[in-house]
Design a protein around this ligand. Structure first.
Ligand SMILES: NC(=O)c1ccc[n+]([C@@H]2O[C@H](COP(=O)([O-])OP(=O)(O)OC[C@H]3O[C@@H](n4cnc5c(N)ncnc54)[C@H](O)[C@@H]3O)[C@@H](O)[C@H]2O)c1
Length: 480
């Protein structure tokens, strides 16, 4: 660990502590050129949000969602693949929206997009190894940045993103769309209303058979097929642990107020053996193929357990290898009841001695209707029409643009990014050491003790001026 970075964090902590002691929001303090904490940071309202999207696989959906949000303009796109660039330009023409500036032709062309005067927000949907480098470069160039998941791969990257966001006072948000799923928002609402009682335990996961995406070849001519340059397989081959943790973990952290009232303490993590990737490669490409000869470190299943400072536990799994239906588990359990997804179920105890022994589909449906999160109630139908994982991708982008337009703090700040992402490297270290317990750093430097929980967020769609009939569905949205 680079001690200078720790020094920076130590240096800024006194400002936060002083603010809390004085009972005022940290960001109201006049901060010097050295920056300040980002817990409740809000930039001045932006009349227009000009977005530059880098990486047009997953980024394709981002282009199409962002370009349809009022006062939000996709002014630049960047990708190495010509077919993907052309596909986007065709869409802009069909939609009669002004074409964005194109950056292509080399692996560092994205720097020109970031440096361009026509971009306020860099939307980074590139392969994992480019997440932190583009994020850091963007903030240093004075741009806000939103980064696909996982936004950072190592503890060092997490610290550097936190430090740079504080220093430059630029937003650095992780694009954790699952925090905006209907059932995740419902779960959050139930927790906020206290209907599950004191929250004690959560379970979450990313379970999705990705073998074909990882081993299929990317078709340069068509701009489709497997992942570009086998980037994911290359990472899977070198690393164990929970590599794609935030889809499950992000929502549970919001239910438990991690960084805002509670904090991670330590984790233990164990990988199962590797079987299914290597068997798949051999069966599909033959024993002599390079695929079959590629050793994969990633276990079929990783199981991690996190303990929080307030004594709660979170069970987190990662399995992209076995033939199983998709599952993020999304279980949240407290002293008064439980909700779990896949399929969605929920039950509340009648009193302190009621055991909640059965689920009833009718009760779950009643709860879903009665306690639907206001954001989903207002925008869920519209979001589902736009598409992208049933609408949650649109809600995420909508909130991001809305917050920037209205000068509000973002729902997910750089501390959330760092806390959720650091679990990747730490789970690998624990698993490599027979499940040894590992302390999880507090990126807020103690601010979690007094920070307010994320509120029940909303969007004023009338003020924003969204017209339902003007919004077009993105039918081929990527749902991986
Ligand atoms: N949040 C979600 O639900 C979700 C879903 C899918 C993917 N993702 C994330 O999105 C990211 C991209 O995944 P994907 O499925 O689109 O992968 P992909 O392989 O389909 O696409 C990656 C794209 O990045 C481009 N690229 C690579 N290096 C580049 C460079 N130096 N400059 C410009 N462009 C470059 C490639 O040409 C390719 O088009 C990953 O981080 C992934 O984890 C998130």
């Amino acid at each position: 660990m680079d001690t200078n970075r720790r020094e920076f964090l130590k240096g800024t902590f006194w400002m936060g502590a002083a603010a809390f002691a004085a009972g005022c929001a940290m960001d109201k303090i006049a901060l010097g050129p050295q920056g300040g904490p980002m817990m409740t940071y809000a930039d001045k309202p932006m009349k227009k949000v000009r977005v530059g999207v880098i990486g047009l696989g997953r980024g394709e959906g981002a282009v199409r969602r962002m370009a349809q949000i009022p006062n939000t303009y996709v002014t630049a796109i960047c990708d190495l693949n010509e077919a993907r660039i052309n596909k986007q330009l065709k869409w802009f023409d069909q939609m009669k929206i002004a074409r964005p500036k194109v950056y292509t032709g080399g692996p560092e062309e994205w720097k020109k997009l970031v440096d361009s005067d026509e971009v306020d927000l860099v939307y980074n949907a590139t392969p994992w190894l480019l997440h932190a480098p583009i994020g850091l470069y963007a903030m240093r160039a004075g741009k806000h940045v939103a980064i696909e998941v996982p936004a950072a791969l190592t503890e060092d990257e997490c610290y550097e993103l936190v430090e740079t966001s504080e220093k430059t006072r630029r937003h650095c948000m992780q694009l954790e769309n699952c925090c905006y799923g209907e059932i995740e928002l419902l779960s959050l609402n139930l927790c906020r209303k206290g209907l599950l009682g004191e929250i004690v335990h959560g379970e979450c996961a990313y379970i999705h058979d990705l073998r074909s995406y990882c081993y299929d070849k990317f078709d340069e001519e068509k701009g489709g097929g497997g992942y570009w340059d086998y980037w994911r397989l290359k990472y899977n081959a070198k690393h164990g642990g929970n590599q794609y943790q935030t889809h499950g973990l992000g929502p549970v952290c919001q239910y438990m107020n991690i960084n805002r009232g509670d904090q991670f303490d330590f984790l233990v993590s164990v990988d199962s053996k590797q079987e299914s990737f290597e068997r798949y490669a051999k069966a599909k490409f033959g024993a002599d193929s390079w695929q079959a000869k590629t050793k994969v470190k990633m276990g079929d299943m990783n199981t991690s357990i996190i303990k929080t400072k307030l004594g709660r536990t979170i069970m987190l799994q990662h399995n992209v290898s076995n033939p199983r239906p998709y599952n993020r588990i999304n279980l949240i359990s407290g002293t008064k009841g439980i909700l779990q997804d896949y399929p969605y179920r929920c039950t509340f105890a009648k009193n302190e001695i009621d055991g909640c022994h059965n689920y009833s589909p009718e009760f779950a449906e009643k709860v879903r209707k009665e306690h639907m999160h206001p954001l989903w109630k207002k925008c869920g139908k519209l979001a589902a029409k736009v598409g992208g994982h049933g609408g949650m991708d649109f809600l995420m982008d909508l909130r991001l643009s809305y917050c920037l337009q209205n000068g509000l703090p973002l729902d997910m700040n750089v501390y959330d990014l760092a806390s959720w992402c650091v679990i990747g490297e730490l789970s690998e270290k624990s698993s490599d050491n027979r499940g040894r317990s590992i302390d999880i750093p507090d990126f807020t430097n103690g601010a979690w003790k007094t920070a307010a929980p994320l509120g029940i967020v909303d969007v004023d769609i009338e003020k924003l001026g969204i017209k339902d009939d003007a919004i077009k569905a993105h039918k081929d949205a990527m749902n991986v």
